[in-house]
Design a protein around this ligand. Sequence first.
Ligand code: PLP
Length: 407
Amino acid sequence: MLTSNPEDSFFAGRMSRFAPSATTGMSHRAREMRQAGIDVIGLSSGEPDFETPAHIREAAKVAIDAGYTKNTNIDGMPELKEAVVRKFQRENGITYDPSQISVGTGAKQVIFNALLVTVDEGDEVIIPAPYWVSYPDMVNLAGGTPVVVPTRPDRGFVLDPEELERAITLRTKWLIINNPGNPSGAVWDSQSLRQIADVLLRHPHVWVLTDDIYEHLVYDNAVVTAFAAIAPELMDRVLTVNGLSKGYCMTGWRIGFAGGPKRLIDGMRKLQSQSTSNPNTVAQHAALAALDGPKDFMAPNRARFKARRDSVVERINAMPRLACRTPRGAFYAFADCSGAVGSKTTSGQRITTDMELCEYILNEHHVAMVPGSAFGTPDHFRLSYATSEDVLEKACDRIDAAMRALS
Ligand code: PLP
């Protein structure tokens, strides 16, 4: 169809169904300001600042020199699938066959594949909020409808089974569980997961996608239990997603994986065969070393994250107009900033939303964070503490100054 503005018809209709990722958007703004010579502290992205452990980097170098530079099977080389099977058995108590494993270019691609091959126009996907920014947009892109169910801070941001039951319709295809949660840091205990499973037993058409990518980053003796281990009777409709980006400090290597019913895994492979093909071969060798290798680097990393969490949460709670619960997992503080809404900056601007607060803090005090609205939970902001102690201290000083300047 011709329109008066030729640009209107340039992009496909699906381009208007989703927004660019808010977290990458904030990081991009911070980078632009830095390029313009402004000293901006970026606390918006979700990457551990720690280096990938040496034995994993070494395995990649060995793989290159051994000539592992060709393509592999579309959804992962057999040795890596075997290692993923061992990981699920050893760490989660779930038994999968290698034919039930999919390896992709990050957990992001694995989730994208699963949604794109199963969600049709009009299908609904239940997403508890606050949610990882990409879930709703992936559902939108697939033509489905995200059904956002808010969770409450007083329930530790864990989904209420009664609210789940109310949200389920005949069109519900998936429930997405993110445990530990980004941005809330919520860790779902096994009793809460069991209550969710009991609801789903009554609705056999609803599948569960559980994204456990932060499973190794939990504090205060919190334990992550995989949904499929809690509810083995639902195994034939659960996709267990995980990856190496967070716990293994391997964001840029781009390896994620999932275990699930074979017919779903087959469908995901079919889609991947027409998009990216196999994930990077050298990175797959590094992933193999990561999954089968020593894990002694994890405890010190966790201890440093915990110390940062404690000091950041304490600092935020000492600032006017802010309140922050102590998250038990991941590496984010999710602060309630409702007390700042309605306040005024020194230049006379009234702050009416969490987005305006984050913009004010970025523009005038040079700290980049992500507004809670991007995660479906307004009146909050997310700050990543996956950055050095010095930088965090300086960032907290700036946020403190920003909050104290409001009247
Ligand atoms: N799931 C959640 C909850 C995340 O926070 C992220 C990254 O930020 C991902 C998945 C994507 O991870 P990957 O780097 O493996 O694509």
